[in-house]
Design a protein. Structure first.
Length: 582
């Protein structure tokens, strides 16, 4: 009708606002009582407090998730003793054993006149001031901060994928993924993951024309910084650069632009790696990371069958059953999680019973794994149900870049990852970036179904709690076991368990007559060394059931006692004494 007033949504809202003002006692809209959690500073501090609370109540900082961490603790202890940044750990028997094969800290090598047990220098130097202030407990602030920044990177990527505020991804990655485990152990995984995740965010911005050459330089620098701690960062750098440049070339139809961005990414990484190389040569006299990279590359071509088995373990392993049954059950768990989430997400019904049943069966298998006792869950998809769901649900146009990077990098990671340590790890520690990217994509997609989201959160919390329990038991077991060994006050100790003394790096003292021997010939040689040092008694630590000789040179076997590191290791301490001396 001519002249009739047209009611718009804005005019209706204005009328409602006037009604609330004009009507005494009218109910006003209530602000979101949890809105304060969406402030980045508060959310980050809260996540940090949760990590600190878990660490203080659950873990002994002298026990670790892996032997590399023990080596770092020993190095920090010696740096404090030196009063500076010298990472040398020393060796009491270097004159008798100049090659260092019997050094108590396994994988210790000599360079530039120093004995070092180092896998990364930047993290150690960043931790040193914290160690001076609060010892083993204080340095855990670094991996906690790495986990917090990983969660923020997950949020940033989720927002770019259309997840609104992205806070769901923040809390899922921070508290219900392998990131929560690595936040509580002095390993460099959470820091490396944070740097790589932010690098992926910048690469995504490049593909979306939100960032240019400066963004490319920054992305490369982030991956370069990650590579100073994690060798697999170079694989993800190569794959991410290739996918980003190919995307730019196709979308903008400009090979020149794509090439320039590629050079900028690689150049940013090269600058950081060069600076780290200089730092290593100045402080320890050799290029530590470059040596590890070349060594890894040389080892990649061999033992293809072994690498295939380890690839399955780090992808779908549960480590609760004998192989190949473990792979079958782990693969079934992944398939059930993916299928159940897909059913719940795409069902027209309010509740899809088939989808719920699939997830329930997957959860039952996880509980069956738990009945075997606490331990590692090495698979990246089995340790993160959101990642498992992401494989099936993440293939949308907008999620294409992170999905391709996550999946395309995996075969290369399997080819180059350290061989021999597939089972004793959590959530595919070499594949953490792939798992995190898949999980972020899943949080964006699954958020449309509260049933699917709630089921995945429940499973993720279950698996993560299992991991936290394992880290707690393991840290106390290692610390208590090594402390028991120290309290024996043996004149000399020879460990036939290769990683035992390195695992207890928090107790390392360079003048203790401790040695590590991994063969019978090395045991005899170690006995000669302690005999020559004037020791009249030596304790040999060996796995329970291993037969040891009645005599070692002048030493005669006089006693055997058990040393159980809870359910991790069952050991025997066999005491030998020189009975020929008065």
């Amino acid at each position: 009708m001519t002249g009739a007033a047209v009611e718009t949504p804005r005019s209706k809202a204005s009328a409602n606002e006037q009604l609330h003002v004009a009507t005494p006692g009218a109910a006003r809209p209530r602000p979101d009582s949890m809105h304060w959690l969406q402030r980045p500073v508060i959310a980050g501090l809260l996540l940090l407090v949760v990590y600190a609370g878990l660490s203080l109540t659950l873990n002994d900082p002298r026990g670790t998730l892996g032997t590399d961490t023990g080596g770092k603790l020993a190095t920090l202890h010696m740096m404090e003793r030196h009063g500076g940044l010298d990472p040398a750990v020393g060796y009491w028997a270097e004159r008798e054993n100049p090659a260092g094969v019997l050094h108590p800290l396994y994988y210790t090598f000599r360079t530039g006149g120093k004995w070092v047990n180092v896998t990364t220098l930047p993290m150690l130097y960043a931790a040193y001031p914290l160690y001076r202030i609060g010892g083993d407990r204080a340095i855990l602030l670094l991996p906690m901060l790495g986990a917090v920044f990983s969660a923020f990177a997950a949020r940033a990527l989720a927002r770019r994928l259309g997840a609104g505020s992205g806070w769901t991804a923040f809390w899922v990655i921070g508290l219900a993924s392998p990131v929560a485990i690595y936040a509580l152990d002095f390993w460099e995984h959470s820091l490396g993951l944070a740097l790589m995740l932010w690098g992926v965010v910048l690469l995504f911005d490049i593909t979306e024309a939100r960032a240019g050459c400066w963004g490319a330089l920054a992305a490369g620098a982030l991956f370069g910084a990650a590579a100073t701690m994690r060798t697999e960062a170079l694989v993800y750098l190569g794959v991410g650069t290739a996918v980003a440049c190919a995307t730019v070339a196709m979308r903008r139809r400009s090979i020149a632009r794509s090439t320039a961005l590629g050079f900028a990414i690689v150049g940013g990484a090269a600058v950081i790696l060069l600076l780290n190389q200089i730092l290593e040569h100045v402080t320890i006299g050799t290029g530590l990371r470059s040596n590890r990279v070349t060594g890894t590359a040389r080892a990649a071509a061999g033992a293809l069958a072994t690498r295939g088995r380890e690839a399955l373990t780090t992808l779908i392993g549960l480590d609760g059953f004998a192989t190949p049954l473990d792979w079958i059950i782990g693969g079934l768990v992944v398939l059930l999680v993916a299928y159940g989430a897909w059913r719940l997400l795409n069902s027209n019904e309010r509740v899809d019973l088939v989808g719920i049943a699939a997830l329930a069966v997957a959860g039952a298998f996880v509980l069956l794994r738990a009945r075997a006792g606490l331990g590692f869950v090495p698979g990246v998809l089995t340790a993160s149900p959101f990642a498992a769901a992401g494989v099936a649900l993440g293939w949308r146009r907008r999620s294409g870049f992170p999905m391709v990077v996550a999946c395309a990098a995996l075969p290369l990671v399997w080819a180059f990852q350290y061989s021999g340590g597939a089972a004793p790890q959590w959530g595919g520690r070499y594949e953490l970036l792939s798992g995190a990217l898949l999980a972020v994509v899943a949080t964006v997609v699954v958020a449309r179904s509260r049933f699917a989201f709630a089921a995945l959160v429940a499973m993720s919390v279950l698996v993560t709690a299992f991991g936290l329990g394992w880290l707690s038991e393991r840290s106390h077991a290692v610390a208590d076991g090594i402390e028991t060994l120290v309290d024996r006050h043996d004149q000399a100790v020879i460990s036939l368990e290769g990683h035992l003394l390195r695992e207890g790096g928090a107790f390392y003292e360079p003048n203790r007559h401790w040695l590590t021997a991994v063969s019978d010939e090395q045991l005899r040689r170690a006995a000669r060394i302690v005999e020559g040092a004037g020791d009249r008694e030596v304790a040999v630590v060996a796995p329970t059931g291993r037969k040891l000789p009645g005599r070692l040179g002048r030493f005669s076997r006089v006693d055997t006692q058990p040393l159980e590191i809870r359910r991790i290791l069952r050991l025997q301490v066999v005491t030998y004494r020189d009975l020929t001396s008065p």
